[in-house]
Design a protein around this ligand. Structure first.
Ligand code: GLU
Length: 464
């Protein structure tokens, strides 16, 4: 079997969209599953709308998702001579011709067709004029006027197109820049792409592209068109449904593993399994189990997966992911092992890194901010006596382990005829400023003796 080659060819006119990322992922997995190659190509022939910043944003997002490419990035604007060479071939074999119809002519004819209830279509005005190149002329493809093109789609099954419905599409614009439909075919031919997996918004381009393959006598690749991603309201996913750019998800505190796992399940399934390691995905991914209908984007499920990956990761690994979020909150710097300790306490209760960084405030700041209601309720005058007795005991404690701490708390509450449970919340408020936090002993373990005592002393100042 010839080696499998897939590609992802984004247009750098914006950020990497969630839908684009899923397409990239499917191509990447398809290639990896079959031990093939994955090519990255930047389709920058729309010179006005393409930007360097978008290229960078797309590459960053691909890297963040771990979608490594084996070749590229290629840039179409650096390959113009290749397209020119193929254009000459098509002219030479009579499959392409020059057209001098002006945009105004075309527009008038389009209007006339509409007025007469005909489907607007290029009427072939210049088809047989034998024009040569010249200013304001475009190169058109001579599409067969009869017969049909059959797309044997790997996902959707066979789709039939009447050739008479296909226009004589423009291959090269009057400024010499190839159109998408032309450049993409030449790239895919010259890069030996074997499988083209892309969004089904391209289905109608495919018969046109297939005709170019036929005209060039090139080997036809396989095509698979993936249904779109929709929002909960079943409209194509767009800004108004929430974040659509991959890197926005990074900023919202998602882990790349979670997004990859989420994206793959948008359209693909493997029994009931929801959680996949990257190796499992590579092992299991095939196009047979890509669905035929649009997938619905569901934020709750993405959050659920993110919570799963946050729990699963080693705290030390999460440090690097979390640090930008801590810095953004202006927290003082702490060493990695301290941060990892704090992370461990918050892993079971954070759905995103944003939630985790917010919850981490009391670990990071020098002085906690007290929630006034918590102060009123728990830092009561009667607690003064408890703290006054507990603090010296803690100072004398060698090892701050759970057993030792519990012994101290038991001793003091016993002396004061108080239930052990009564002191947990006041100590929690003293250490965190609030009433909800990870387990008390876990917090104490991370904060360490000095900070615990300092915070308890400071809390005494608030006890009525
Ligand atoms: N640049 C096109 C896009 O972003 C590529 C389509 C294709 O895969 O052929 O939609």
């Amino acid at each position: 079997m010839e080696p499998v080659i897939t590609r992802f060819p984004p247009s750098p006119t914006g950020f990497l969209h969630i839908g684009g990322a899923r397409t990239a992922l499917f191509n990447w997995l398809f290639a990896r599953h079959l031990g093939g190659q994955f090519i990255l190509r930047i389709e920058d022939t729309d010179i006005e709308r393409s930007t360097e910043a978008s290229v960078k944003a797309i590459l960053d997002a691909m890297e963040w998702l771990g979608l490594t490419w084996d070749e590229g990035p290629y840039y179409q604007t650096k390959r113009l001579d290749i397209y020119a060479e193929y254009a000459e071939k098509l002219i030479g074999t009579g499959h392409a011709y020059w057209c001098e119809c002006t945009p105004e002519d075309l527009e008038n004819r389009r209007k006339a067709a509409m007025a007469q209830g005909r489907k607007p279509k290029y009427e072939g005005t210049c088809r047989n004029l034998g024009l040569g190149p010249g200013p304001n002329r475009v190169l058109r493809f001579r599409t067969p006027e009869s017969g049909e093109t059959i797309l044997k789609d790997l996902i959707k099954g066979p789709i039939f197109f009447d050739n008479s419905e296909l226009d004589d599409l423009v291959l090269v614009r009057s400024d010499g820049i190839p159109t998408y439909n032309f450049a993409v075919v030449i790239d895919d031919i010259t890069m030996n792409v074997t499988h083209i997996i892309r969004g089904d918004d391209h289905v109608n381009n495919t018969p046109r592209q297939m005709q170019i393959y036929l005209a060039l006598g090139a080997k036809m690749p396989e095509f698979g068109h993936v249904p779109m991603i929709h929002g909960e309201d079943r409209a194509p996913l767009s800004k108004r449904h929430g974040a659509t750019s991959v890197m926005e998800y990074k900023e919202l505190g998602f882990l790349p593993e979670a997004l990859v796992n989420y994206l793959v399940r948008l359209g693909w399934s493997h029994g009931d399994q929801e959680i996949f390691s990257r190796d499992e995905l590579i092992k299991e991914f095939t196009l047979e189990h890509v669905g035929k209908s649009p997938s619905i984007f569901n934020m709750e499920k993405l959050l659920w997966l993110n919570a799963h990956y946050i729990k699963e990761k080693r705290p030390g690994e999460l440090v690097a992911h979390l640090k930008p979020f801590l810095a953004a909150r202006g927290f003082p710097e702490k060493d990695d092992s301290y941060i990892a300790g704090a992370i461990r306490t918050l892993q079971p209760r954070s759905r995103t890194l944003v939630e985790m960084a917010d919850a981490m405030r009391f670990f990071m700041v020098d002085e906690v901010t007290f929630d006034e209601a918590a102060v009123q309720k728990f830092l009561t005058p009667e607690m003064r006596d408890v703290f006054e007795r507990v603090i010296p005991e803690l100072e004398n404690l060698g090892d701050f382990n759970e057993a030792n701490l519990e012994a101290v708390f038991k001793k003091v509450t016993g002396e004061l005829n108080m239930k052990l449970g009564k002191i947990a919340q006041p100590i929690r408020v003293a250490l965190t400023g609030v009433t909800v936090s990870p387990g008390l002993f876990e917090i104490i373990d991370v904060l360490g003796k000095e900070t615990v005592i300092k915070r308890m002393r400071r809390a005494m100042g608030r006890m009525g």
